[in-house]
Unconditional design. Sequence first.
Length: 167
Amino acid sequence: MVDMLPAAITAGDLPHELEALQAQNRLACLLWEQLESLQHQIAQLNRARFGASSEHLAGQIELFDAAIDIPVPPEPTKVPVTGHTRKGHPALPKDLPRTRIEYDLSDEQKAAFEALERIGEERSETLHYEPSRLTVIEHIRFKYAVKKDGGVDHRDRERSALATAQE
């Protein structure tokens, strides 16, 4: 590696006139001040861009002190909804013959409760194909409100059958 030593300044390199030396000195001072000013601006911009993000501007709290009268929007008009379309398979045609299969609790399962009240049913339909004939099989599962030990529980046949199988 080659060492580069600064070139020695000789007396011949210096300006001989005093006015030229003072002009160069003024120019150097002016350039130095511009450099310090630009370094200060860069430091301020870096603090603003990458510094703390909280806002410390005076007078902002006064923006929220004044009472503002906000107009109340008019009552929206109610639009009647005609109905919702369900996603999934379309309903099976009503003119197909139907076979109804009901799933109910057994007499033993019904006897395990103080009182049973039928509150509804779940209905699902499957399409049954026999050659040259289509029928719809309706699976009906009855739902009950159960009273046992003072509490009310909702049961259907599948859940009670599962509970009996686990016991």
